[in-house]
Design a protein around this ligand. Structure first.
Ligand code: FEO
Length: 394
């Protein structure tokens, strides 16, 4: 991809990764991603905001060659994670007089992760400005969007916010600005669920602070840019603190059909109660979809068979993942089956200490459930629906 104009004297100089399928060897990327970098040209100084993933350094070199840049004075490192910082060593070599600008916290991380010469680094305080002549950059420390060292940059005269990973989406697209809101909404929600949700209390504060800035363009580090910033700021407000849905997510595995019977009955019971149910077969679905569904679910019910006296490992993984992502769920339960004994309930609950939930009566049934056994599932469905009604979710 060639450089593209964002606004007067601001260029997108990133890389679109159409083929990447997984991020951090953890997060599925069904739509690829992009590594957005930006070039801001003031009357006196030129600044590069971030670089690209090291797998794209060669391609990126071609993009920079085509721009025939005579110099870059500063390289802003918004974030030390390698998808943005990985080509900094190359950029520092290419622009031999450039200083690397980052937060004090990022300084050590960039040295540790990329072995960057500390003599090239200039740290900036929260709110500090950098004059480029007729343009001004303001640096906004914003820890935990995604790591503790993250920083946003605001270009005052153009009202452009470069928010680092915040407001991003893993979406490879030829569109510079969002043009398909529904597609971008889904990609941004998935991204929020997988990357930002664990830090939502920090994000609440960042959103509050950003309310004091006039913003015309949001130019995140991944995915399309927003020339209607309200769109992404509103959906973020909803995800971090909006009302939860009258919804139950059921991540489950069934080995020989018994847990499937239980889950099917739970779906039917909840549906009769007017509760939306999202079953998620862990051996078939992708974890990004599960994470997305957890953003606004009021309840999660894990469904597991018993394997070697414990939960199925895939269900244990889902519990660990939910614990790490810290969704706002209010209620949790466990359903499943066993052959001769086991401790699946205790094990799974012990894997989710971060979820501040009320645990509703788990139902673990022996063998293939009979009709009378399934009454316990119906009672769980009623209990969940009552809880949701009590919480004003209906
Ligand atoms: Fe896009 Fe946390 O890196």
């Amino acid at each position: 991809m060639r450089a593209r104009k964002v606004t007067d004297r601001v260029m997108w100089v990133g890389s679109v990764d159409w083929d990447r399928q997984i991020f951090d060897e953890l997060i599925p990327l069904p739509d690829g991603t992009s590594y957005n970098a930006y070039l801001v040209t003031g009357s006196e100084k030129t600044v590069l905001i971030d670089t690209v993933d090291p797998t794209k350094t060669g391609e990126w070199c071609g993009l920079l060659d085509a721009l025939e840049l005579s110099r870059v004075d500063y390289i802003v490192a918004s974030h030390a994670e390698q998808d943005h910082s990985g080509s900094i060593p190359f950029a520092l070599e290419r622009f031999a007089d450039a200083k690397l600008v980052c937060t004090p916290k990022a300084r050590g991380m960039l040295v540790d992760l990329l072995q960057i010469d500390e003599g090239r680094i200039v740290t900036v305080t929260d709110g500090e400005t950098l004059s480029l002549g007729d343009l001004t950059l303001e640096f906004i420390h914003a820890p935990w969007v995604h790591w503790p060292e993250t920083m946003l940059t605001y270009l005052r005269e153009r009202k452009v916010l470069f928010p680092c990973d915040l407001f991003g989406s893993h979406l490879a697209t030829s569109e510079l600005f969002m043009s398909e809101p529904s597609r971008v909404y889904r990609a941004a929600k998935r991204y929020y669920a997988e990357i930002m949700m664990p830090f939502r209390t920090n994000i609440v504060k960042h959103l509050e602070r950003l309310g004091g800035y006039a913003i015309d363009i949001i130019a995140p580090s991944h995915g399309p840019l927003y020339d209607n910033p309200q769109f992404i700021m509103d959906v973020y407000r909803d995800w971090v603190s909006g009302p939860l849905a009258n919804k139950v997510v059921v991540p489950y595995v069934s080995m020989h059909g018994s847990t499937q019977v239980i889950v099917d009955r739970l779906i039917a019971s909840l549906a009769e109660q007017g509760v939306l149910v999202v079953p998620h077969k862990l051996t078939a679905g992708d974890t990004g979809r599960l994470a997305m569904e957890l953003v606004d679910a009021a309840t999660v019910v894990l469904g597991t068979p018993t394997v070697l006296a414990g939960a199925h490992p895939q269900v244990a993984y889902a519990a660990i993942l939910a614990n790490a992502l810290r969704p706002r769920v209010m209620y949790a339960s466990i359903v499943g089956s066993y052959g001769w004994g086991g401790k699946a309930v205790e094990q799974l609950l012990s894997l989710m200490p971060n979820l501040k939930v009320e645990v509703l009566d788990p139902v673990i049934l022996k063998g293939l459930p009979s009709e009378s056994d399934l009454g316990a599932i119906d009672r769980l469905g009623v209990q969940i629906a009552e809880k949701h009604r009590g919480a004003g979710l209906v």
